[in-house]
Design a protein around this ligand. Structure first.
Ligand code: HEM
Length: 465
């Protein structure tokens, strides 16, 4: 039984046949003295919030509270608490507190607003990201993937974290905004990295109102670019020089009622950040895993060659759907290294989550990373084993055990886009190149804006004959 379920069972008393239930929820456990020492020792070795969460999960359980002086989130792990946070009790949470850097940066972006405003934005932005609306543009996904790969020279070594960021930016902007990002990529590269650093976990967690002037220029550069593409598209739509398609998110935002330029900027920046950094991390992790398991790389390449024997032909959607091995590898990469490794919420009221008391105002986290490595639901959870997803195995686990794209009505709006995009990029890489991982032993997950492989994924590239 899930410890979350256990806590619930212990604190719930059914006192009559009429099923009247009295709940007496308990405070969230914290590490006791002995465990605390073991956790500190572990943290000394690996100084990261991810290590802290992993150690607390090991010593304390699937529900715990971190007790730093000004950072005391309630952390939950597993399908039961996921269901409560993401589905049944979701209206009891706001997404974040106003002082979080991500809220300051994205202002009224779909990711950070709640309630009616969230619903309105979701209704506008969901259709362009539906499969049927973006897949007519998959030839452009392939085009932009190829633009990123055309720079690769035979025999050189490249960092796949950097390369996949280039590909993901070109594809997101090119396919979803219908803007060619290539001419602006170099000028905006550092501002983008700085904005990702701005929203990554850092000292601001301990000092909410910390002034951070360092990032002013990066925000100004990004804003300058985003307001420019909004102006240009508005003019092109008005003059008839650009015709909006259903998958064209930028035009759909401009055409939607009650959207001013500031609100559109917030959505564009949100999608740019949420939509490219995640795909970057996923692709880099897949390449790392294939590099660590060369036999799997061979199997995936053989499948691609069998399904698409002529690499000169455009990649078709049906062919993408036939790449089962690649699909399993991507699923397993998302299990082991979910780019969004934790979801954040703030309790709007006093709550009971799985039998634990969560006071109003508490920062609540549901850990995707820990849920994906829970021994109760995954055999050999630390092992790379794509077959675990074969033959509908995932259906045997309780719903919301595997949540790389979150869950419930506020799940990832770009999940379908990311899945098609990642397959196209990987197909083009494996059709065109042989790869050899050079620094596998030193790669570890780092908690930035996403969970990314640090210090990067160095691979030697050979052009295929
Ligand atoms: C591998 C790629 C991706 C992963 C693993 C991923 C993961 C997630 C997760 C876990 C959430 C829910 C977070 C929560 O519960 O707080 C989420 C939400 C979101 N994602 Fe993604 N994502 C990916 C790609 C994308 C793409 C390509 C886009 C845009 C094109 C996107 C846009 C968003 C947005 C806007 C939200 C917030 C939705 C809302 O609150 O209504 N994501 N994503």
């Amino acid at each position: 039984m899930d410890s979350c379920d256990q806590a619930h069972a212990e604190t719930t008393t059914d006192i009559s046949e009429a099923n009247i239930v009295i709940e007496t929820s308990r405070p969230l456990p914290v590490a006791n003295r002995n465990d605390g020492l073991s956790i500190l020792k572990g943290l000394w070795k690996e100084r990261s919030l991810l290590a802290a969460l992993t150690l607390m999960n090991r010593y304390v359980g699937r529900a715990f509270r971190i007790t730093l002086p000004v950072f005391q989130p309630a952390v939950f792990v597993g399908p039961e608490s996921n269901r409560q946070i993401l589905v049944t009790d979701r209206h009891q949470f706001s997404w974040r507190s106003a002082s979080d850097p991500v809220v300051r940066l994205l202002r009224q972006g779909i990711l950070v607003v709640d309630d009616a405003q969230q619903d309105t934005l979701r209704a506008i932005m969901d259709p362009p990201l539906q499969r049927k609306n973006f897949t007519p543009h998959i030839d452009e996904m392939q085009h932009y993937a190829d633009v990123a790969l055309d720079r690769w020279q035979d025999g050189e070594t490249r960092d796949m974290l950097v390369e996949m960021r280039r590909a993901a930016l070109l594809i997101l902007m090119g396919v979803s905004y219908r803007v060619d990002f290539a001419p602006d990529m170099d000028a905006l590269w550092n501002p983008i990295l700085e904005l990702l650093e701005y929203i990554s976990p850092g000292l601001w967690i301990l000092w909410a109102d910390m002034p951070r002037p360092k990032y002013r220029n990066a925000i100004a550069a990004m804003d300058g670019y985003l307001y420019r593409i909004i102006r240009e598209r508005r003019a092109a739509l008005e003059s008839g020089a650009h015709v909006a398609t259903p998958g064209d998110l930028l035009s759909q935002l401009i055409l939607a009622p009650d959207m001013n330029d500031d609100l559109i900027r917030d959505q564009l920046l949100t999608m740019l950040i949420a939509g490219h950094d995640t795909s970057t991390a996923l692709l880099a992790w897949v390449l790392y895993l294939l590099g660590m398991h060369p036999e799997e790389m061979v199997a995936v390449r053989e499948e691609i060659d069998a399904v698409m024997p002529d690499p000169g032909q455009p990649v078709q959607l049906e062919a993408i759907g036939a790449l089962h091995r690649l699909d399993l590898v991507i699923k397993e990469a998302l299990r082991l290294y979910p780019p969004i490794h934790v979801g954040n919420r703030v309790a709007k009221t006093d709550l009971d989550i799985c039998g634990y008391r969560v006071p109003e105002g508490t920062r609540v986290m549901y850990s995707i990373y820990l849920a994906h490595r829970d021994k109760e639901y995954w055999s050999d959870p630390e092992q790379f084993c794509p077959e675990r997803f074969a033959h509908g195995q995932e259906d045997k686990r309780p719903p919301l055990t595997y949540v790389p794209f979150g869950g419930g009505p506020r799940n990832c709006i770009g999940a379908a886009f990311a899945q098609v995009e990642s397959k196209i990029v990987l197909v083009r890489i494996l059709q065109r190149f042989e790869l050899e991982l050079l620094n596998g032993a030193e790669i570890h997950p780092h908690m930035g804006a996403t969970l990314e492989p640090r210090p990067g994924v160095q691979m030697r590239i050979r052009r295929r004959a």
